[in-house]
Design a protein around this ligand. Sequence first.
Ligand code: ATP
Ligand code: MG
Length: 239
Amino acid sequence: MTTPTDHHPTLQITGLNAGYGRAHVLFDIDLTIHPGTVACIMGRNGVGKTTLLNTIAGLITPTTGTIHLNGTDITRTPPHTRIRNGIGYAPQGHETFAPLTVADNLHVAHQAAKRGGPDPIGTALAHFPRLTPLLDRRAGLLSGGQAQQLAIARALVTNPDLLILDEPTEGIQPNIVTEIENAITDIAAQGTTILLVEQYLDVALRCADTVTVIDGGRITHTGPKDDLTEEAAHTLLAI
Ligand SMILES: Nc1ncnc2c1ncn2[C@@H]1O[C@H](COP(=O)(O)OP(=O)(O)OP(=O)(O)O)[C@@H](O)[C@H]1O
Ligand SMILES: [Mg+2]
């Protein structure tokens, strides 16, 4: 595995097609994410956003195409190895290990990832201070907003080069959305590359460097966020 350098994109996807059995969901996806940037993917329900993230995480095998992480081909690499290679994933729906405490959720992820870095659990908790008084609570008892923060923190303790977040603001009350948004901005400022699927345009435009729109399993727009006017985004997303 190479280490992150300026010479390779953090993530490079080329000619990717994927789906479920005979259901073809993603068509000819090309996507490049450069080190230290926040890439936001937007699109209506069911267009294939989660399918793309699951394919990057190794949970779905593409029918064609390649995925490179820091210049290394990971297209056939199993999911647990991708975590060790530097992909941290907080899936949609803020899933946690419900029977385990908050602390054990973080410890299990940290140990499984086998990735170094100074005090990743302390670092994750610094981004989500609301979790500190909850460390001994079972994750299954957390509120939706708390569980979402734990899900992101759990991906973060793997010390990822690429942090993937699938709709981290979905169903979350506004003040917690603001906290999550600030955490994303801070994590990015510390050098972690982020791939974010986000439903709220205002959150996306504040957090992201680039915005990619998917419709019907195809990329219909990609570029710097300033290229995406709010009017254009509303038209593209039909919202
Ligand atoms: N396990 C599965 N088996 C078969 N089809 C699936 C499966 N998961 C998703 N799909 C289908 O793949 C398509 C894309 O789904 P996906 O979850 O990627 O969309 P999405 O853009 O993430 O939507 P949302 O905004 O609702 O999260 C949908 O038509 C969906 O019904
Ligand atoms: Mg989804």
